[in-house]
Design a protein around this ligand. Sequence first.
Ligand SMILES: Cc1cc2nc3c(=O)[nH]c(=O)nc-3n(C[C@H](O)[C@H](O)[C@H](O)COP(=O)(O)OP(=O)(O)OC[C@H]3O[C@@H](n4cnc5c(N)ncnc54)[C@H](O)[C@@H]3O)c2cc1C
Length: 369
Amino acid sequence: MTQEEKNSILIIGGGLIGLSIAYEFARNNFRVLVLSKNRNESAGFVAAGMLATHAEGLEDELLKFGQESQSLIPRWIKSIEKDSGIKCGLKQCGIVVPFKNKKDLEEYPTYKYGKYLNQQDLHAEIKGINTVWKHGLFFEQDGQIDNRRRLMRALERACSLNGVEFQEGSEVKDLILENNKLTGATVLYATGEIKKINCKKAILCSGAWSKKIFNKIPIFPVKGQMLSIQGPTNFLKRVIFGPKTYLVPRDDGLIIVGATVEKNSQFNPGNTPKGIKELQEGIRSLLPEAINWPQMEHWWGFRPCTPDLQPILGKSEIENLFLATGHYRNGVLFSAITSDLLFKLVQNKSLKEKEKSFLEKFKLNRFKI
Ligand SMILES: Cc1cc2nc3c(=O)[nH]c(=O)nc-3n(C[C@H](O)[C@H](O)[C@H](O)COP(=O)(O)OP(=O)(O)OC[C@H]3O[C@@H](n4cnc5c(N)ncnc54)[C@H](O)[C@@H]3O)c2cc1C
């Protein structure tokens, strides 16, 4: 194997996770090829961008995974911003989870990581919050990134400037194996042309579509509809994470409102009247006056979900095929640690105990297929 072959990697899927991993390899002088069916359908362009390890109430290994990723994010983003010249809108703005009764608050899985807010504190923290909310948990350590307008573009640019080759409109239809060893992929191009591409190692990062390439991956799409409203700048400073709806304020007053959770959606595209109504009711239930603020956009996308709601990371049973998928609701949060971990694993670098433990917990064969 030549040095060039040794230091090359194929990334299947140019969404958030594919780009994050491509960037990690490229900045470490690998030759990287990204095959991307359709960048515009990537959930990376859909997400609200919350870094909500604690506000989401993650538990056990997933909580540690989120905390570890959150600790890597500032340096990781700094590097992407430096290489791309694009600011990503990373803000440790804090996230407030409101409650109607104290029992629910005390039973929240990450209760001990938050600061208790009584009704007066809650209303001081979030001007205009609906008076039905009597208590709150404030997670000062949580925050957000502007993935939709900034991070995705920044990653694409940082990848390109570090030499990553993109083939947009190229759908991997099949993996080519010899004696259970990956040697390439059959690719259908948007032009209708079909080609075989050779590779030494590949990482499958195809999000909600992963099962179509490798049917042992038990992933299914969970659709989320979103919209945005334009509020006054600086009116809302914290993210409000309600039980059904969240409001994520960007610096320019734009508020991202999310999201429906549609488990039986399959890949049905589009916003629906029911979905938009649910989001509008969510706005009213959290911040009543915001219902009159102008609606700017609406969109939708597909979260890559697994039966236990945890990602699938690491080696597959096919030699030289690695997996990084199933990030469900927290792919933005998990992107930094996923790229770091996959780079170390593919490179056979020594891993810390906690990294080994993540790979053990999130391995594919925890599912009996
Ligand atoms: C409504 C919604 C809100 C969310 N909010 C948040 C949030 O606030 N915080 C957070 O951390 N996470 C959030 N997420 C989750 C996050 O967006 C996802 O976990 C993350 O984007 C997954 O990244 P991915 O690269 O695996 O998939 P994607 O970003 O979807 O990318 C997959 C890519 O693979 C390509 N692909 C598929 N099949 C093939 C093939 N055969 N060949 C080549 N390419 C292929 C697709 O075209 C796509 O571009 C949200 C998701 C949704 C839908």
